[in-house]
Design a protein around this ligand. Structure first.
Ligand code: 5GP
Length: 142
């Protein structure tokens, strides 16, 4: 179902409130980056603003800038950890486009468009996600 108004009970809002766990990669005052639980390739990260935006239409300029700056940091870390250049930056607006969580987010997927796995289909191993999150986080701090 598409949404025009922000639902405070969406899964990413619950993460921001500290109500459900996630594998954190990076956080600052305006953004949060964490592992996608159903990755389309190994190392799939989501970057979200700490602003209640359903999609790109509702994203405020300062948060738009902030999520992109965090995305740059995450991508640099992904390139180091996975020793590959290819990182797909993807962002879906509306259920027709395939959006399933209605809090704006950028996907960063170390992959090629020709190799990309199915969207939100297969749950990854929790231990592996924790390990990758730690490796990426370490590269961002360094
Ligand atoms: P969208 O379809 O809205 O562009 O992407 C939503 C993404 O959130 C999907 O890639 C999906 O795998 C991911 N996702 C859905 N539920 C959870 C969750 O509970 N935790 C995490 N970390 N990711 C989730």
């Amino acid at each position: 179902m598409s949404q025009n108004t922000y639902d405070d009970n969406n899964i990413f809002a619950k993460m921001l409130n500290g109500d459900i766990p996630y594998h954190k990669v990076y956080e600052d005052d305006k953004t949060l980056a964490f592992m996608d639980i159903m990755p389309q390739a190994k190392g799939h990260v989501l970057v979200i603003p700490k602003q209640k935006a359903v999609d790109l239409a509702g994203l405020e300029p300062e948060y738009a800038a902030a999520v992109l700056m965090t995305a740059k940091k995450v991508m640099a870390a992904q390139r180091q950890v996975f020793a590959r250049e290819g990182v797909i930056q993807m962002q879906l607006n509306g259920s027709e486009a395939g959006q399933t969580v209605f809090h704006y987010h950028i996907h960063l997927i170390p992959s090629s468009i020709h190799e990309l796995g199915r969207h939100a289909a297969v749950q990854a191993d929790n231990v592996e996600l924790a390990d990758i999150a730690q490796q990426l986080a370490k590269k961002i701090i360094e």
